[in-house]
Ligand binder design. Sequence first.
Ligand SMILES: NC(=O)c1ccc[n+]([C@@H]2O[C@H](COP(=O)([O-])OP(=O)(O)OC[C@H]3O[C@@H](n4cnc5c(N)ncnc54)[C@H](OP(=O)(O)O)[C@@H]3O)[C@@H](O)[C@H]2O)c1
Length: 200
Amino acid sequence: MKAVRIETTGGPEVLRLVDVPRPVPGAGEILIAQEAVGLNFIDTYQRSGLYPVKLPSGLGLEGAGVVEAVGEGVTRFRPGDRAAYCTGPLGAYAEAHAVPAGRAVRVPDGITSELAAAGLLKGLTAQFLLRSCHAVQPGETILVHAAAGGVGLILCQWAKALGATVIGTAGSEAKAALAREHGCDHVILYRREDVAARVR
Ligand SMILES: NC(=O)c1ccc[n+]([C@@H]2O[C@H](COP(=O)([O-])OP(=O)(O)OC[C@H]3O[C@@H](n4cnc5c(N)ncnc54)[C@H](OP(=O)(O)O)[C@@H]3O)[C@@H](O)[C@H]2O)c1
């Protein structure tokens, strides 16, 4: 199969598209025939060497597709199921990837693989912020920095659905409009306004 590998760290030029054996899922793993993979900032940190990885290495931690095979002991998935993951292991930039079944989730009908691969980590980030760090209650007010970013747009929609009043910061009028469209009640243009004063 085709996969991206790096043998040294550096700029995008260190990415190599190579032929490698299709993985065989080990005990507790599922092999996903990938339809989409997520690209995230951490990929560039690992590629550049800012976050050290053992070389040679694959890249990419997020992906989604169809389960092609399951390893010994896997009961949660069967071949043909749709699955996604977002916490590695490294090597998502590949036609297929073997991941621990415990790190994968089922992808429901109606959610494309592109959306699952791109949105799962952002969604989980929003989930822990809104439900675990503090369980946001109706009537509470929350402040979302980078409200028009990938995580911010999910936070705004989810917090609004929970009944919170959402204050967001954004860097431009266009981003402010986007945040408002996604449930942000009050947007602070932090480049020209005093955020603390506006929040108060
Ligand atoms: N994406 C993930 O899966 C994920 C997972 C865990 C944690 N996080 C964290 O969540 C935060 C938002 O991530 P994201 O994926 O939503 O990012 P994003 O979509 O790339 O949005 C980032 C936004 O942050 C704002 N920003 C403010 N100061 C900045 C600066 N000095 N440099 C760059 N951007 C700046 C910019 O919006 P304005 O111009 O509107 O301010 C920028 O568009 C980050 O701190 C990230 O590390 C992300």
